[in-house]
Design a protein around this ligand. Structure first.
Ligand code: CTP
Length: 399
């Protein structure tokens, strides 16, 4: 139910605007207060009278007159809602939002707001697939804006493909999911991810093949359960998830500092593939060949073990500390020993031999080792591993 929830509904100019009338009706049936905003283009598809009659509320339109400003300024209007829903979100509205433009009431409200925003895009399939729209979408998602749809289907323009606005009931399900407090709401969780780069000189470094995919999927799954996630990442090849606080680092030493700065936390998960060694005699300027075939002798120093440092904290240790064990042989035996040596609560063991295709791949096969024993999971996507692990973390933290 959405009893008492205040929803500001921005109706953009698209044929799908007719579905927004049904959306208003269904939102009100569920107890929500709907304040509609109709763009100039939206008025071409639905009438102001039908929108205000269905919503039972004053309709706000593009042209703000002084009476409106006196009653409720656009800043207040944008912030008095619990959620702003943009349906249909046209390509033009999405572009304005991504650019931060404020040249009409709808775009001004969306720029001035500090409330969550959900968009339900609707447009021609080519417009949706255009690089510019996809770029704008990526920017909006990075800004934490939530998305529902678009769906595949026959379109009013006669084409077929993604671009149809999600159905009113799907939009309502997304709204309800947004209001539901997940089992990790209020929990602070730290996740490390990706490789580290250890400099040899200012232009060269030692790295490893970690893509950051598993850590990124985990951070997203924890976020989806409502956690406040701090994501400390080395130079990974996958982009960090939206809706988490991201700290970029390069070296193991920097990762340790970022982790310490992010504590206290309820749970800390160390999915990063941290370099065990750094180059102790890294050169301050680019190393040159000497012309006589002499090769440089790199000396190594051991990096701090971030997982062990946090696991063994005397005060302020997170209640649940989880490590990963990337092994190529005797996976379980090594992982059991590693858990005891480092002092973490759980260790997630995986076989990273090249033949498994796990390191840098889309799938993972893990065994979760804890006090309760070793729990082997079947091979599944990294996103599914993340979801399952996030659920188990939620149970442990709430148990
Ligand atoms: N880890 C860490 N800091 C390090 C090295 C590892 O925090 N300097 C963490 C990793 O994020 C992972 C766990 O420790 O959660 C195990 O990493 P792994 O590379 O498998 O183990 P190593 O410590 O390198 O042990 P070994 O060399 O024996 O495999």
């Amino acid at each position: 139910m959405l009893t008492g929830k205040r929803i500001l509904l921005v109706i953009g100019g698209g044929i799908a605007a007719f579905k927004s009338l049904d959306l208003i009706r269904r939102l009100r049936e569920r107890g929500a207060d709907v304040t509609p905003v109709l763009t100039k283009a939206g008025e071409q598809f639905v009438t102001p009278l039908s929108v205000s009659a269905l919503s039972g509320s004053k309709l706000y339109r593009d042209l703000f007159d002084l009476t409106d400003e006196a009653e409720m300024g656009h800043i207040q209007l944008s912030r008095s809602a619990d959620l702003i829903v943009v349906a249909p979100a046209t390509a033009d509205l999405m572009a304005k939002m991504a650019q931060g433009r404020a040249d009409d009431l709808a775009s001004t409200l969306l720029l001035a707001t500090n409330t969550p925003v959900l968009i339900a895009p609707a447009m021609n399939v080519r417009m949706w697939q255009h690089a510019a729209t996809q770029r704008n979408l990526a920017m909006l998602q990075d800004d934490g804006i939530r998305l529902i749809g678009p769906n595949d289907g026959d379109m009013a323009c006669g084409e077929f493909g993604p671009g149809r606005m999600a159905e009113p009931l799907e939009i309502i399900a997304a709204i309800e999911a947004g209001f539901a407090r997940g089992p990790l709401a209020g929990k602070n969780i730290l996740v490390t991810s990706g490789p580290t780069h250890e400099p040899i000189d200012p232009v060269r470094y030692i790295a490893n093949r970690s893509s950051g995919a598993q850590g990124t999927a985990l951070a997203a799954a924890l976020r989806d359960l409502g956690a406040n996630v701090t994501f400390v990442t080395g130079p990974a090849s996958v982009a960090p998830p939206s809706g988490v606080s991201v700290q970029h680092v390069e070296t193991a030493a920097q990762m340790l500092s970022a982790v310490q700065a992010a504590l206290p936390a309820d749970c800390a998960i160390f999915a990063a593939a941290v370099a065990d060694w750094r180059v102790a005699n890294a050169a301050a300027s680019k190393m040159k060949k000497d012309g006589a075939g002499k090769t440089p002798a790199l000396e190594f120093a051991e990096n701090p073990d971030i997982l062990a440092t946090v696991s063994q904290m005397k005060t302020g240790r997170p209640a649940l500390v989880i490590g990963f064990a990337a092994e190529t042989d005797d996976v379980i035996a090594h992982a059991i020993a590693k858990r005891l040596r480092k002092g973490c609560d759980w260790i997630v063991a995986n076989d990273v031999s090249p033949a498994t295709g796990i390191m840098g791949g889309a799938e993972n096969a893990v065994t979760v080792i804890s006090d309760a024993g070793a729990d082997g999971w079947p091979r599944m996507s990294k996103a599914e591993v993340a979801k399952r692990l996030a659920d188990r973390i939620a149970q442990a933290l709430n148990g």
